[in-house]
Design a protein. Structure first.
Length: 339
């Protein structure tokens, strides 16, 4: 029979992160949220716990875990605050994972130990003002010049791109044309502080107020040719594969948010009184909470299934998309009902 229980290792991790989220994040996140302040101390603590290195080998400073461990962690963090969860998700899936998957030995040695320790964060420079997340619509360019790449263009809504511990952004850029006349898109590592690379002021957002999100600009930004990530012209394919994995992670964040809405609603229904009873005694509220719990449960199974296929080395693109869709809808619907 199919068993949907976490194994002992993953369940121990889940309980550890649940305790951390309740004891270390919950008491302080409200004040940080009001100030839209990046949670540096929380990030440092997560780094010391090894959370940023969960899916990476020990030889690179990681914990030697798997991607399901990341997802379980993200769900528990998002039960308390999604902006902390997305900071970890982006740091792992979008910051460090491209370097681990496609980087040279030298690039891995330079960046992965500090990224896995949470000492540095990396950004994923894909989205542009006119193209959304459509990598094929990339307008940012990179031309070769004297052994360097020279980048010009802009990016939008880039997570972890403007903190004081941001070490790099991996940017997609048009580096020429393919034989069929289509854009040749490559990925290039741009370290923070590189001349010509600037970070816009933080966006004014409705949610995720403790998550760092900026626009970026490249004006004759020059980096060494060795900063090319992976094979020239394969940046589009590389980032599509990274996004497939990221969809499972975003589903886990969404499930955490959906479950957090259930947790808070159950608590409040046991405290709020109306017409002589606690509101949790009324069927209208009971039915609403039951629907919320069902959504969270179903979405969790969806991301478990996608992660299981990924870990078995099977194609998982469709399952990842389903998980993200189901979980995102659950998070939105539960948030409305909780409100």
């Amino acid at each position: 029979m199919i068993d949907f229980r976490l194994d002992d290792e993953h369940e121990t991790l889940r309980k550890t992160v649940e305790e951390f989220a309740q004891e270390e994040i919950a008491p302080v996140i409200g004040d940080l949220y009001e100030r839209a302040e990046f949670p540096y101390e929380i990030v440092a603590k997560m780094g010391r716990m090894g959370l940023f290195g969960l899916p990476f080998p020990e030889e690179h400073g990681g914990m030697g875990g798997d991607f399901l461990a990341v997802c379980v962690t993200l769900e528990e963090l998002a039960r308390v605050d999604s902006s902390v969860a997305i900071t970890l998700e982006a740091g792992v899936s979008l910051g460090a994972m491209p370097i681990y998957r496609f980087g040279t030995d030298e690039q891995k040695q330079e960046w992965l130990p500090r990224l896995c320790a949470g000492e540095l964060l990396g950004g994923f420079g894909l989205t542009e003002p006119g193209g959304g997340s459509d990598a094929g619509a990339t307008l940012t360019t990179a031309r070769e010049d004297g052994g360097d790449w020279v980048l010009n263009g802009s990016k939008s809504f880039i997570t972890n791109s403007g903190t004081k511990i941001t070490g790099l952004v991996t940017a997609t850029a048009v580096t020429g044309k393919n034989a069929n006349g289509r854009k040749e898109i490559s990925a290039i590592i741009v370290p923070s502080g590189t001349p010509g690379f600037s970070v816009s002021k933080s966006y004014s957002k409705v949610g995720w107020l403790c998550s760092d999100t900026h626009g970026l600009a490249f004006v004759d930004c020059r980096v060494p040719a060795a900063n090319l990530l992976g094979v020239r012209g394969r940046g589009y394919a590389q980032f599509l594969s990274i996004l497939d994995e990221g969809r499972i992670a975003i589903a886990a964040v969404s499930v955490g948010l959906a479950q957090g809405c259930v947790d808070e609603s159950v608590r409040y229904a046991g405290e709020r009184a109306a017409f002589g009873n606690k509101i949790g005694a009324y069927q209208a509220i009971q039915f609403k909470i039951a629907d919320m719990e069902a959504r969270a449960h179903t979405a969790r199974l969806a991301y478990y299934a996608a992660a299981a296929k990924m870990l078995r080395g099977e194609p998982f693109k469709k399952e990842a998309a389903i998980a993200k869709l189901v979980a995102s809808n659950a998070a939105m619907d539960n948030a409305r009902d909780a409100t």
